[in-house]
Ligand binder design. Structure first.
Ligand SMILES: CC(C)(COP(=O)(O)OP(=O)(O)OC[C@H]1O[C@@H](n2cnc3c(N)ncnc32)[C@H](O)[C@@H]1OP(=O)(O)O)[C@@H](O)C(=O)NCCC(=O)NCCS
Length: 194
């Protein structure tokens, strides 16, 4: 699988990415909002990459892909689709703290959604984050997710204030150009190969 946007390449993991995956995972936002995806050692990162590589082409586990910058070839994070039961899938993403605030998560998620939804054979994707994770909420809204619930709900086994939203595959009835709050900027070019 390979998706190219203006500034990014979304591709498959290889074992030589373990050092980057370990380092990227250690930032304070990841520790705060996605603590189960913090890899304290390179060995932890290696085990996870091996697991993720084994999931490619399957539909029972996370389908997770590193995000690489085109200019410098830096591994800056990942985007993933995670099955959450009853044929529903949830989007997930992380951009390492030193690269946040540049629109990378939005650019990657926007390109990833239609390609992955088509590959999996679904027409909608769930987006969930803690309400206090303002950056993540912005990313979801900018990518066309529509809020469906905000309040106390289950989040990684705890009762927390959560924001739930749904993205639908653009159709004639649901065109991609429809403006949603917080969505701005020019459309970016995308090329993909699954
Ligand atoms: C959430 C995350 C992916 C955002 O990555 P990013 O590349 O900075 O995202 P983008 O630049 O595309 O968009 C971030 C948006 O949030 C806004 N934002 C960031 N921090 C904010 C804050 N503290 N308060 C308000 N808005 C904030 C940015 O201004 C931007 O919105 P805008 O374009 O409308 O101004 C990144 O911070 C991260 O990986 N966090 C840790 C992991 C995580 O929380 N993953 C999601 C789990 S649900």
């Amino acid at each position: 699988m390979r998706i190219e946007t203006d500034r990014l390449i979304i591709t498959e993991f290889t074992m030589d990415m373990a050092q980057n995956v370990h380092e990227n995972s250690l930032d304070e936002d990841n520790r705060r909002f996605v603590p189960d995806e913090v890899f304290e050692t390179i060995e932890d990162a290696r085990e996870t990459i091996a697991f993720l590589m084994a999931q490619y082409g399957k539909s029972d586990g996370p389908l997770c892909y590193p995000v690489i910058t085109k200019t410098l070839g830096l591994n800056i994070g990942y985007v993933q689709m995670v099955p959450i039961g009853n044929e529903n899938w949830e989007i997930g993403y992380h951009i390492a703290k030193s690269h946040t605030g540049n629109g990378y998560a939005t650019e990657a998620v926007k390109a990833f959604l239609p390609v992955m939804a088509k590959a999996i054979g679904i027409d909608q994707v769930t987006g969930i984050c803690l309400s206090e994770n303002v950056a993540s909420k912005h990313v979801l809204i900018k990518c066309g997710f529509v809020p469906v619930f905000e309040g106390i709900g289950d989040y990684q086994g705890e009762k927390r204030e959560v924001f739930r939203s749904v993205w639908k595959m653009p159709t004639n009835d649901n065109p991609p150009g429809v403006k949603v709050p917080g969505q701005h900027g020019k459309a970016r070019q995308t090329r993909s190969r699954v």
